[in-house]
Design a protein around this ligand. Sequence first.
Ligand code: BES
Ligand code: ZN
Length: 465
Amino acid sequence: MSEQLEAVLAHLDATHDAQIERLCDLLRIASVSTDPAHKGDVRKAAECCCDYLNAGGFTATVRDTTGHPMVVGHVDGPADAPHILYYGHYDVQPPDPIDLWDTAPFEPTIVDGKNGPKIVARGAADDKGQLMMFVEALRAWNEVGGGIPVRATVLLEGEEESGSPSLDPFLEAHADELRPDICVVSDTGMWDPNTPAITTMLRGMVYLEVTLHGPSHDLHSGMCGGAVVNPINAICKILGDLHDENGRIAISGFYDGIIEPSEAQHSQWAELGFDEAAFLAEVGLPESTGEAGRSVLERIWCRPTLDINGIFGGYTGDGAKTVIPSHATAKFSCRLVPGQDPDAIEIMIRGHLEKHTPSGCRWTIESHGVNPAIQVPDESPWLEAAQTALEQVWNRRAILMGCGGSIPVVGSFQTILGADSLLIGFGLDDDRVHSPNEKFDVACYRGGARSHAAVVAALAAVTRD
Ligand code: BES
Ligand code: ZN
């Protein structure tokens, strides 16, 4: 380990409390990107991130888009150093249902958890805690390491949790400014609290909101019930039939063209020793379910899904109201895997729904975005450098893993900037991302900041093609 890196790591330790304070200040801003009521908060969070970057040696600005702003910061670094593009998102998911939080979602609270202290707040792990790890690591290099050792660009997005509508146009318009040798994306997880991981596969997504319209207006269920179509009954049946008895999705063509992971990949996953009992304990269920003949890791990492995310219609208030609603709505999403074309899948789903339209009814269907599954190289000088650096910090080799979630920006970096990504994240499976009581372990934060400090030094030493 170089003297500079040692000094940077010591400085990160010495300034730990101030870093946690800065993270908590960012977590106090309710930057919920899907909710128009929080538009001002989203901008405030962008400004906060921008200030942090400027204080850390970057020249950073908040850039307007047609949606929420981007934050972009640059540092020149030494001549001939590689150009690294760091990505994170400062927006968060809505905190609902609010009454299930033990503490207020935007009042970060540090409490004892199973791995020591944890910061509880919306966005603690996804993704404010994660982006602050590289912001602080780079700041420490600036303060005591003799300067940030690479040419670095930081791009922080404020729309990731709402489908990134401004991202691709922004990347296209600023491709020359942003185009790096490699991207570092900090938005994924570790294998376990002691084992770092680099993610090489992400699932894609098709998200639809569908409404089934029936009677011209709400009806009295005593006067009409039994003689007319009830759109809620009908939509439940149609959606319920979307899985067959083997847990497979019953839409013709859905599995066509799927590219299975290699034998080598399957056996590498099998060797990871996935702890199914711990997984089930965390989700609070006695057994797993899903596609027959597949392990839990396969079901999460390399098999497609269809999940209803919300279903509503009719009377949902207090007490009883005997009504047959005129319409019913469901939001559902499919996670996609390599080989599935998201546009083709959307067309198949629309076709399936149309084909099963109950007599006298019609659908309105709205798409909330599609993105393909993504694979990044599992061998490269960048990846090797990152693995060496992670081993220095954790005394363990990082494992290469899949991820059931989606980070569409990684695909945009490939297609628009022509750059691959290193997905190096420090979340844990029990972080409750998108859920009440989201948390980020202080140990993960500390290890992550130290990791980013070591990784940037290792990337600086990679010779570019
Ligand atoms: N950080 C997550 C992705 C993730 C989820 C990584 C779980 C590791 C484990 C990301 O912010 C996210 O939630 N993405 C959305 C994308 C969607 C809105 C297009 C997702 O996966 O649902
Ligand atoms: Zn995220």
